[in-house]
Design a protein around this ligand. Sequence first.
Ligand code: UD1
Ligand code: UDP
Length: 365
Amino acid sequence: QSVAIVLGTRPEIIKFAPIIDACERRGVRCLIVHTGQHYSPDLDSVFFEELELPEPEYNLGVGSGSHGIQTGTMLASIESVFLDEAPDVVLVQGDTNSTLAGALAAVKLGIPVGHVEAGLRSYDREMPEEINRVVVDHVADFCFPPTPDAADILESEHVPGSIHVTGNTIVDAIHSYRDVAARKSDVLDRLDLEPGEFYLLTAHRAENVDDAERFASMLDGVARVVESTGREAIYPIHPRSKARLVEFDIEVPEGIRVVEPLPFLDFLRLESTTALAFTDSGGVQEETCILGVPCVTMRYSTERPETVHVGANCVAGTDAVDIVDAAEIMLGKDGSWPIPFGDGDAAERIMDALAVPDAKSEVAQ
Ligand code: UD1
Ligand code: UDP
């Protein structure tokens, strides 16, 4: 049996790492097809190196572009790889344009496709990711929702594929790398930070940073918290956001330190030791929840409501005053909430649901 994995962006590489490892453990062929949606080394190759993943067999080099051009170019290129390789099953993860193109290419060739992290809904159709989630869930043969609530959403939408609650593979990844990060990462020293005495900030969503007023208001909100509490905020900046700062001529307020995007172990170390995270990222909402760190989400909706229900996350919007209010509430949390994303065996559960044989243990028997 061969499993093809289509990925293209930073979060897909990180969340697929446990599945790639599980394929290796079981001795099944895993064909990695990289669309090239992310290509800058600090959004791409650094994660393959750090997480010790095999190089993709194909890198389609699609790069950046409008949604139509980017997704369409991927679709054509992925189709041609699948025609040559005829994988038995295709896996896609999350909600990016790479996810959409991988799923469509597979389903149109009649190759079974599994969607990892299925059933997430923000119910905000202005997010390009929301369209991708809905389409992929409805063409997938196997849906792997991380939580029972996500499975309920899929059932209520009568998706045609089978539904298997697996947990989120990010729990697997954090279990594997949290201690490694604590041992190996010197990011706190490098940035001269004391645990618990700084904030972590990420902001890259198109609907936020492509809007000059919103982007400035988010930075203003974080800067006000910085000023009133005397703790600096560290902002590893996504290239989209970096470009917008220049384009909109936005000056980053004092107390927010912009740094380049960080490798996963450094980022995980900062997430584990920050007093609070400000973010609009999907993955950061999950990871802070898993790590017992409070999070303020600078958006008007979340497709990860479980993080809010357990008390780990507050969806504040993008107004500066609302961000300040949310931070005040979240700074009072002690981090002792239950983790809603499973026990860290999501990758093995996905392999089991796909009936991927454990070739290695069969040989051993
Ligand atoms: C994409 C995903 C988003 C995900 C994010 C993870 C879609 C629609 N969006 O957003 O869901 O949260 O990845 O980080 O799929 N750029 C570089 N180097 C790169 C990649 C991009 O400089 O390696 C710059 C380019 O200027 C590009 C811009 O970032 O135009 C946006 O890249 P794109 O891939 O379109 O979307 P992301 O914002 O990265
Ligand atoms: N991440 C990282 N370095 C950074 C910022 C984020 O390694 O400088 C990781 C983070 O730990 C998470 C993933 O990237 O696993 C989240 O990616 P992003 O926020 O770009 O995408 P989203 O989750 O919103 O789709």
